[in-house]
Design a protein around this ligand. Sequence first.
Ligand SMILES: *Cc1c(COP(=O)(O)O)cnc(C)c1O
Length: 947
Amino acid sequence: MNTNAFALRHIGPREDDQKLMLETLGLDSLDQLIYETIPDDIRLKSPLNLDEPMTEHEYLLHIHDLSKLNKARKTYIGLGYHPTVMPAVIQRNILENPGWYTAYTPYQAEIAQGRLEALLNFQTMVTDLTGMEIANASLLDESTAAAEAMSLLFAVREREQKKAGINKFFVSNRILPQTLSLLETRANPIGIDLVVGEETSFDFSSEFFGAILQYPGKNGQITDIETFISQANIANIKVAVAADILSLVKLESPGKFGADVVVGTTQRFGIPMGYGGPHAAYFATKEKYKRDIPGRIIGVTKDANGDRALRMALQTREQHIKRDKATSNICTAQVLLAVMASMYVVYHGPQGLKFIANKVHNKAVTLANALEKLGYLQVNTSYFDTLQIKTKAKKIKRIATEKKVNLYYPDKNTVSVSINETTSVRDINYLISIFAEAAEKETIIISSIEPQNQIEDSLHRTTDFLTETVFNTYHSETELMRYIKRLERKDLALNHSMISLGSCTMKLNAASEMLPLSWFKWGNIHPFAPLKQAKGYLTILKELEDQLTEITGFAATSLQPNSGAQGEFAGLMVIKAYHESRNEHHRNICLIPSSAHGTNPASAVMAGMKVVVTKSTEEGNIDVNDLREKAELHKDNLAALMVTYPSTHGVYESAIKEITKIVHDNGGQVYMDGANMNAQVGLTNPGHIGADVCHLNLHKTFAIPHGGGGPGVGPICVAKQLVPFLPGNPVVKTGGDQAITAISAAPFGSALACLISYGYIKMLGAEGLTESTKMAILNANYIKQRLQGSFDTLYSGERGRAAHEMIVDCRPFKANGIEVTDIAKRLMDYGFHAPTVSFPVAGTLMIEPTESESKAEIDRFCDAMISIKQEIDNASKDDSNNVLKNAPHTLAMITSNDWDLPYSREKAAFPLDYVKENKFWPSVRRVDDAYGDRNLICTCAPIEEYA
Ligand SMILES: *Cc1c(COP(=O)(O)O)cnc(C)c1O
């Protein structure tokens, strides 16, 4: 046995453990279990066709070699992506720290106060810089954020402007090309009519519900957004502004001018370009739109003691609850990147940001002056960091390329240069020399950069920002390191204990998969750099596409979508394009089983489809008769079925092939939600069961860490007939030959994060991947067996087995006054994060251990659950002063001089022996959600304001 095989590191249970676990299940072999679990007719007959696995050491050498194919050139392309300096203290303590990157979305607030605080800082930074009242805790990228701004204004137009039926939205021709493409993608299906034009000649008397401007414009010119916004206000037209966050340090905030929504990216706050992502976008708006905001909002509330505590606010807006009426389909966002950007701002503070922004601006002006001296015409009159030079682009391009410098060439007669945080005086001189050579003149040498100004007076920032203590305290490395640690200690992540969240697949995120993300040659590639400079990326992205195509049994893959939900939307748009290509524009009915994830109906609505819900049977399966009836009823207009497999109930439905056939027979395409792919890899696949397209959550099945709620990568894999429609990009050619417009800003989405999944597949190989699936199923069935007698499993397959996850019923405990939430909170006292609460069935827990958890850890979890069951048995409806209702218990409670609870401190905090070895203390008592929603505060204003 190769004891260095990565599979042995990735998979938890050792060989002896596996035997014991199988014995517990009354089985002789793993194959017997798989036979009893997965219906025969959907099993694959041959192994996956993938390369032989590499050891971790081999992989690191391999990925290092590939990195050398990337050329990290000096890059001044701009267009929403800029070289930046990631402070080493943030790289080491957050990006490279599993305490941060393996955490889950902070639904269990009591054990997530650290990242909630970092996200509150992010929101505060955004509201301060944009001058808006409220911000969310990140979106996927600037272009999707812009599309969300448009959707918000469209959704509220009747309520806010009495403009029901008005569907025209103006887009400034200065908008970034990728944003324009995304606006098109999102406008068409919901009936928005985009009008692109010159903002200075916009006719305010015509019937528009909204407009979007770019500040500064894509070519660097700063336009007079103040006048535009005030005229729009008079004309009852709402305005969104896509703003460069660093420029806002010097420019007056769009909020001050009356903008309704401000969006952008925070990439230049210390996040590597990473060939396009992941980066956190921001979204800020007015208080009155708080219930219309997409994505997560962090809010302040109080805990059971009345102490300040944070949690996610206003969740009733979200798809989990609102489904097809949700404000957006955003589920996974970009939490880790938002945390990093917020720490960049905490580290630099307002003084540091001013220093950086001034430096950038002064260098841009210095360069412009030198170029003018050389006789060049620089046409931007008011700018922050980007110059536009009118000259023969071809000549400059030849010299710049020779000198290994990337500039941007918008057209034959224009060269664009965008200065950034990393640009040095030497770089400026080098740039000047390129232009001097082209002009055949002696170069001009700059020795220092003087303060200068090329921003119109009326647009200079006059409002203060980042005055809060947190932005003015941690400016030495020691202080920031400790601040980051202080927050980290409040959060339970995978480096503490198992997080068995059903449907979320919280498996190992191996260090060797993560290491290359810190490497310069992967971080410093601009998404619009010449392809020749990105050969390392193109190699792994192509191979990852091929790997995923093979694993799903399809014909091609697009890596563009930045989350599962975006994948759903992308897949449905591809289906729509396919129907339209066959002149079947009318097909718009989307069948969705009642047990589907909330993102499914939300995505269908975004794609302009009409949701028809189909029933589930008592066993938790799709009600095939109901499905057939509805498919036949709508056969003339059927567009798609969205189906999760194995079902969200944790069952491999044996009727799946019949189901896909019914849909095809009635003219529809089958969309498979691939969140449960961890139960399929190597054993079956969506192509095999008759689906046409599926998304994968690489941040679930393929080892990208959850990052506290993102990044995500949600590629779509498609059957042959859908390949031509895979999404494109307006700058870099990608996607099918009849590509739909962009789904994400960058051509390959979050390319940097894709390295992780590539490494995962490369190191496991066909056998390791298949073994992982089997072990995920073994671990789940072992838990099911161990919990028998304490908790009932709601649904099982025909032979009594669970898939890779199971739902346990907690509704009967209501008789003792115990709700599922009480169990979730009590698990914290035992050192565990709760499984998924109340999805897909209210009042239940969905447990998914994954293959990475060892038998020892699973046993501790089961011991905790069984012990909690005994506590439930001892609880009574008439007395809520019990250990479950009071959970979680904090250190302050336990060590307080007063203790008048009817159980011991030991029982409260150390209910089982193992807890003594590895105690995790929740930092606040149970948080009050209702209070927080009623008294919404979502910035870190001074403490006195909460009184
Ligand atoms: C996680 C999940 C999604 C959404 O994926 P995101 O990446 O969070 O957008 C969709 N469907 C199911 C079943 C899921 O579990």
